[in-house]
Write a protein that binds this ligand. Structure first.
Ligand code: ATP
Ligand code: SKM
Ligand code: MG
Length: 170
């Protein structure tokens, strides 16, 4: 089984589930947002503030491209799979792409006030705005994913096991 790439909306649990999944599989884990922050030497919100979203997307694309040839369990950022150029990179990688699909309710429950602050796309947004943005992005996740795993009311361990089961039986 090739190590999967996790995509999906903010708060779906890509970082959390990816960490657990990598442990269960005994494989290294790579989190694209963490890698971006290390590369920039600053937090994503601070970089967004200084340079704006399009500069962020450029760095995101470069680090994604640089990393795809390695075989880690990979957690993308919430917007990674929504950029056309990244979709092509993800599809070309030949690793299974797993969409962690969460309801609005789960997404809102997962995102604490601190999580909300760490995600500049959500700055000044209401729950209703989040719901609209999430709905508008689903078409991209669906198009990029090989499998869809619903995460509602499941622990990270259960989700990781489900991903492994689905990939082994795919
Ligand atoms: N299955 C789960 N059960 C309980 N809490 C969860 C679960 N998945 C994620 N969380 C919590 O939700 C929050 C957001 O999770 P996480 O950072 O993994 O999301 P993400 O998909 O990586 O978001 P982003 O796209 O912004 O990187 C964290 O506080 C995490 O602890
Ligand atoms: O959904 C998004 O567009 C983002 C999600 C985060 O993971 C980060 O990649 C960044 O805050 C942008
Ligand atoms: Mg994450």
């Amino acid at each position: 089984m090739k190590n999967p790439i996790l995509i999906g909306f903010m708060g779906a649990g890509k970082t959390t589930v990816g960490t657990t999944l990598a442990k269960v599989l005994g494989q290294p884990f790579y989190d694209l947002d963490d890698a971006i922050e290390k590369h920039l030497g600053q937090s994503i919100p601070s970089y967004f503030n200084e340079k704006g979203e399009s500069a962020f997307r450029q760095v995101e694309k470069e680090l994604l491209a640089r990393h795809l040839s390695t075989d880690n369990v990979l957690a993308t950022g919430g917007g990674t799979a929504c950029q056309v150029v990244n979709q092509a990179l993800l599809r070309a990688d030949k690793r299974p792409v797993v969409w962690l699909q969460a309801s609005d309710k789960t997404t809102l429950e997962n995102l604490s006030a601190e999580d909300w602050q760490k995600r500049p796309i959500l700055a000044d947004k209401t729950a209703e705005d989040l719901s609209k943005l999430k709905a508008s992005r689903e078409v991209f996740y669906r198009k990029t994913a090989d499998i869809i795993v619903n995460v509602d009311q499941k622990t990270p361990e259960t989700i990781a096991e489900e991903i492994i089961d689905r990939l082994q039986n795919a």
